[in-house]
Design a protein around this ligand. Structure first.
Ligand code: ZN
Length: 151
């Protein structure tokens, strides 16, 4: 499995303005590798970008784009050199969360989650949290099944 495509929005840093693509922060690679070790399909072809500035300072941790393999996450996970363990945990849970939305798109159809009263988002939140608990604390065994989504 090759690593995900990671890019960041060009900000004031001239280097990233010249070359906003191709960044591969190690913590992101690690989180994706961990997730892919459990659920290869979740990270297959995944593209990870940073949120545009108007969203980056909000409470949004990330977002996904229905029908694509593209998610965006807060810039701090890309630009900080050494994430704390808590930030690494947040990052893993965040990538799990957004890729679980993409997974649901594949299972139930793009946009179905957004317009359905079925509580897909609760499933995404719970499953992402369970994945983190499995990986980090071994509090859950075996790894959470992805076949438990609402139908
Ligand atoms: Zn969500």
């Amino acid at each position: 499995m090759s690593g995900p495509t990671v890019y960041t929005y060009a900000k004031s840093n001239p280097v990233s303005r010249q070359d906003p693509f191709g960044l591969s922060p190690q913590d992101i690679q690690n989180a994706v590798a961990t997730l892919g070790g459990l659920y290869p399909n979740l990270v297959n072809g995944l593209q990870i970008g940073t949120l545009p500035p108007f969203l980056d300072d909000s409470s949004i941790g990330g977002r996904y784009f229905p029908g694509t393999r593209h998610i965006e996450i807060q810039d701090k996970y890309c630009s900080k050199q050494n994430l704390t363990q808590q930030e690494k945990d947040e990052l893993l849970e965040l990538i799990a969360h957004e890729t679980l939305h993409l997974y649901l798109d594949d299972q139930v159809g793009p946009l179905t989650q957004l317009f359905s009263t079925t509580d897909y988002h609760t499933w995404v939140l719970t499953t992402a949290s369970d994945i983190l608990n499995y990986v980090r604390y071994n509090a859950i065994t075996p790894p959470p099944s992805l076949n438990t989504y609402p139908r």
